[in-house]
Design a protein around this ligand. Structure first.
Ligand SMILES: [Mg+2]
Length: 370
């Protein structure tokens, strides 16, 4: 039986290729933390915590501190194959800190897969598909800038789906702009919107109905405030386009509450938001049982967190929407020896034990946060 001997943390400054804007935030870099859970057998598991302070409230410094001061002492000497038991211990030992907890859970899954010599998707019961359709991600800008990004992402990654961020401008200017972009993309890709809670329910209905009249729209993500389930339901009942919940869903109980209020059609699950692969997999099962579609989103993780998202995407029995596995393409460098295989708008599910990836220690040094 392998025993956990310690956890190493590698705080990074990961720079984006170009600035990326959504709602009120413009990001030029991301303070991701890569971590390694070591064992007495020399085998280790790799995880990633990708904090977006505006979303989960966590920072890289906080993540490193909570891992070293709380999670490492708790996990030392434990059998890493006790995945669910260790996950619950980690969850109970400190409140919140979901992204840090997710980093640990991802590393535990990578470690368990390596110890058992199976890919993570087999720990989840097998893969329903070997390739996952991905969506591009088009930050806020003028119609021309956003169309240029659409062209780039259709060309470089072969994206057949594009997520357009919107909602910051009044709908009188936003809606004609979005129509222009979606018409410009034409039938080369299907577009959907992420509003990041910026519309009121009435504005959302007016805007979505106007778009529905003129252009195809796959779905609209989080059009209104995350806490306003009644508002979300009001929107959902007054438009044809499916409504997806993102900021409204962190924990498994959020999914129950959304279903109870009939507030959305689609649930956005990340590897990081519910606290890792175990809870993410449970969230998939819950969504399906409650009659809602789901797909895997992201905080724009580097290769490690993205690989965790890909294994989860492979484990969704009925996947009707693309998954947001675009993170590695947004950064100047990734942390893997071999990049994830993304082409023709699809990412291949990595094979090999654990997450099926290998860390490049030189890149970690190059990207070190100081
Ligand atoms: Mg979103």
């Amino acid at each position: 039986m392998a025993k956990i001997t310690g956890i190493e943390v590698f705080p990074l400054l990961a720079k984006f290729k170009k600035p990326f804007s959504f709602s009120g935030v413009t990001r030029v870099s991301s303070n991701n933390v890569i971590l390694k859970i070591n064992t007495d057998e020399g085998v280790y598991g790799v995880g990633e915590a990708c904090p977006v302070p505006a979303m989960s409230g966590e920072t890289n410094i906080g993540i490193c501190a909570v891992i070293k001061n709380y999670f490492e002492p708790l996990l030392k000497g434990q059998d890493p194959l006790d995945l669910a038991i260790l996950t619950q211990k980690v969850e109970k030992c400190v409140g919140s800190n979901v992204v840090a907890k997710a980093g640990i859970n991802i590393a535990l899954y990578d470690l368990a897969g390596k110890l058992l010599n199976v890919p993570v998707y087999q720990l989840l019961g097998g893969k329903y598909r070997s390739e996952i359709p991905i969506n591009g991600s088009v930050g806020l800008g003028t119609a021309e800038q956003m169309l240029e990004t659409c062209e780039e992402q259709m060309e470089v990654a072969g994206c057949k789906y594009l997520k357009l961020y919107a909602g910051k401008e009044p709908i009188e200017t936003d809606i004609p702009k979005l129509k222009k972009i979606i018409r410009g993309v034409g039938d080369r890709a299907q577009c959907f919107l992420d509003i990041n809670q910026q519309w009121t329910p009435k504005t959302a209905i007016k805007a979505i109905r106007s778009l529905e009249e003129d252009v195809p729209l796959l779905y609209v993500e989080q059009p209104t405030a995350k806490w306003d389930y009644e508002g979300m339901r009001f929107v959902r009942e007054n438009v044809v386009t499916p409504i997806a919940a993102d900021e409204s869903v962190f924990s498994l109980s959020d999914i129950t509450n959304l279903a109870r209020n009939q507030a959305c059609d689609v649930i956005t699950i990340y590897a990081l938001k519910p606290g890792g692969i175990l809870r993410g997999h449970q969230a998939i099962t819950m969504s399906e049982n409650l009659g809602m579609d789901c797909f895997i989103g992201s905080y724009l993780e580097l290769g490690v967190g993205t690989a965790a998202g890909i294994h989860l995407s492979a484990a969704i029995p009925k996947l009707r929407y693309p998954c947001y596995m675009f993170g590695p393409l947004k950064y100047q460098y990734d942390v893997l020896k071999q990049d994830l295989d993304i082409k023709n708008g699809m990412v291949k599910v990595p094979e090999g034990p654990g997450l099926g990836i290998e860390l490049d220690m030189e890149k970690l040094e190059l990207m070190k946060y100081e």
